[in-house]
Design a protein around this ligand. Structure first.
Ligand SMILES: C[S@@+](CC[C@H](N)C(=O)[O-])C[C@H]1O[C@@H](n2cnc3c(N)ncnc32)[C@H](O)[C@@H]1O
Length: 204
């Protein structure tokens, strides 16, 4: 992410040209993963390009998951097309007032907590295929919930439903909204339910 930002700021044209000349392509996706996994061998532009391709062309935007493509419709190349066309300087602008921290999220939440704080919390889903986030357990999720119970600020948490979350939601009277979507598998679409949980009134 840091290299991506630096490259967007300092070598925007080179990165943009490279992205604009990238197809929705399994070969290019595979090349991007090689760069992503061996960053020390490549230039900053190569690595920024690989970051963009490996997030934007991966199944479920999950770096290292398979290359995303459709069975019936050409949705995946269309999505790549729109992302490519939208690759403009706003990426750099969006990141200008952001701080990127790199330590335990639970510590960050506690250190940044205040009455006015808002935390969008998007941990790996312990009860799902985690792809490259593999290793996040139910106990990790419970530690996160225990921190969220005590914060002064607001949080919005995304997850799949679970008994563990239900028990906290009931005990602390958190608000919830369920979003019903589908996940594309090889032969069919599997229904899935995402849950948004918050410690403040949700208006949608
Ligand atoms: C589902 S991803 C978040 C994706 C992000 N919202 C996005 O749109 O790109 C979950 C992230 O939480 C990180 N994570 C999980 N537990 C953490 C912890 N205790 N401290 C720091 N990061 C953690 C994982 O490494 C992973 O990058």
């Amino acid at each position: 992410m840091i290299n991506f930002y630096k490259t967007v700021k300092n070598q925007f044209k080179a990165l943009q040209n490279r992205i604009k000349a990238t197809l929705h392509s399994k070969q290019q996706y595979n090349d991007a993963l090689v760069i992503y996994k061996n960053p020390h061998l490549f230039s900053e532009v190569d690595r920024a390009w690989a970051f963009w391709v490996s997030t934007n062309q991966a199944f479920s935007s999950n770096i290292g998951a398979g290359w995303s493509y459709g069975r019936k419709k050409n949705q995946a190349p269309k999505t790549t097309y729109h992302k490519r066309e939208r690759f403009e300087n706003h990426y750099a602008k969006r990141l200008e007032l952001v701080s990127l921290d790199c330590r335990d999220a639970l510590e960050v939440i506690q250190k940044r907590d205040a009455k006015e704080s808002f935390f969008y919390v998007d941990p790996p889903y312990f009860n799902a295929d985690q792809g490259h986030y593999k290793g996040y357990t139910e106990a990790d999720f419970q530690r996160l919930l225990d921190i969220l119970v005590n914060i002064q600020g607001k949080f919005l948490l995304s997850s799949y439903p679970s008994e563990l979350l239900d028990s906290y939601q009931q005990q602390y009277e958190w608000e919830q909204r369920s979003l019903h979507t589908t996940i594309r598998l090889k032969q069919h679409h599997k229904p899935k339910t995402e849950v948004l949980t918050a410690n403040y009134p949700l208006e949608v």
